[in-house]
Design a protein around this ligand. Structure first.
Ligand code: AOS
Ligand code: ZN
Ligand code: ZN
Length: 385
């Protein structure tokens, strides 16, 4: 149990700056009370999530949603709040120039503009001390014949190579794939295989990020996780829940069993070991629920799934598997999943001097009442208008 607790304490879950801003769907962005007015206030809210969970010490930024004049100053502000800057998320999807794509656009001018933005993000990594650039491309086509699928792969490879060469010591990029949306016929990085192939060609500083909402219904995500980890190419997760498409709901809300199965493969593949670099990031927005508690709940959901995955009796499982004991092996697996780990996690928090129930402790703290009174005109997360 001591080992399990130590592993749980070492796990870091990164919250995204955009989770703290106002968000919604293409139909309506709902304004909530107390929402941050600038990146500095987003970091302050993220620091609350870390203060109550103890395992969320970094915050992902999104450029240009978190544009500031002085990134070193923003990083300093984060440190003063007890958190650090995590992945830098690029944005080559919110400009009229990108209607037909960014790095895969048929026009060399647009491709240059997109790649320059990615290089600027590496400059921001230098200034903030971030080691990770996250690349998600909305690129794709809506109609058969609209553009040359193969040429678009060449353009993508060319841009990725330029960004890869710009990465410094201790820096990497994570390439994100997504089945569809906003392109509906052929997405340029639609699946893990495409992302993997580009990353393998580039080298060790290029890895794949698995956004749990980016697959076709029924996809066995834990298989993808096992495969990528085995190849040293799992850079991290964008965790969230989906019922239909890329719903960006709270991780562990729609299918906690799937989250457990994913975390089991992470544990099995050594993804929680020090130095493997698997980043556990959240990519969510809270359209109708309060944002800071939404993040606290999400961090707790990942932690619960991780604790259950760590509880799997690996020796008993291996023995049952070796004997071909199908039901026995499945029972070992399910025993861990069906264990109530909440008392263990409450104990762990108390041992660290934290409140056993982070949700209740935050609610009692008065922080929400304070920001609701102080902040008027909170920022939109960045999309969904
Ligand atoms: C888009 O669907 C992707 O999940 C992105 O990772 C992300 O939501 C966006 O780039 C915000 O950073
Ligand atoms: Zn994502
Ligand atoms: Zn997404």
């Amino acid at each position: 149990m001591t080992d399990i607790k130590a592993t749980l304490l070492a796990q870091h879950i990164e919250t995204p700056s955009w989770a703290y801003g106002n968000s919604g769907t293409r139909f309506k962005v709902f304004a909530q009370k107390g929402v941050p007015r600038d990146p500095y206030e987003k970091l302050a809210d993220a620091a609350q999530v870390h203060a109550y969970t103890g395992i969320a010490p970094t915050v992902a930024l999104h450029i240009p949603w978190d544009k500031v004049d002085d990134y070193a100053d923003l990083a300093r502000h984060a440190r003063e709040l007890g958190v650090g800057i995590g992945a830098i998320n690029s944005n080559v999807f919110q400009d009229d120039d990108y209607m037909l794509g960014s790095v895969t656009h048929p026009s060399g001018r647009v491709r240059r503009k997109a790649t320059d933005h990615l290089l600027e993000c590496v400059d921001i990594m230098d200034a903030t001390g971030s080691g990770t650039l996250k690349l998600w491309f909305s690129d794709g086509i809506n109609y058969p014949g609209q553009d040359d699928i193969r040429a678009r792969q060449d353009r993508l490879a060319e841009s990725l190579a330029e960004v890869y060469d710009r990465l410094g010591e201790g820096q990497r990029f994570l390439l994100e794939y997504k089945l569809f949306e906003p392109a509906f016929y052929a997405t340029d990085v639609p699946d893990w295989g495409t992302a993997y192939a580009h990353c393998v060609k580039l080298g060790p500083k290029a890895q794949v990020v698995v956004d749990t909402g980016h697959h076709a219904p029924g996809t066995n995500i834990e298989f993808i996780v096992a495969f990528l980890l085995r190849e040293g190419k799992l850079g991290g997760f964008d965790f969230n829940s989906r019922f239909y498409a890329d719903d960006d709901l709270m991780v562990g809300a729609a299918d906690p069993f799937q989250l457990f199965r994913i975390m089991y493969e992470v544990v099995r593949g050594g993804g929680l070991d020090a130095g493997t670099g698997v980043a556990f990031m959240l990519d969510q927005c809270h359209n109708i629920e309060p944002k800071i508690p939404g993040q606290i709940r999400s961090v707790m959901n990942v932690q619960e799934a991780t604790a259950k995955a760590l509880l799997v009796d690996r020796d008993a499982l291996a023995a049952a598997q070796a004997e071909g004991d199908v039901l026995g092996a499945n029972a070992v697996f399910m025993d861990a999943y069906n264990t109530d780990v909440r008392p263990l996690l409450a104990e762990l928090r108390e041992e660290r001097g934290l409140a056993p129930d982070p949700m209740a402790a935050y609610a009692k703290s008065g922080y929400f009442e304070k920001i609701a009174a102080e902040r008027v005109g909170g920022q939109q997360a960045g999309w969904g208008a």
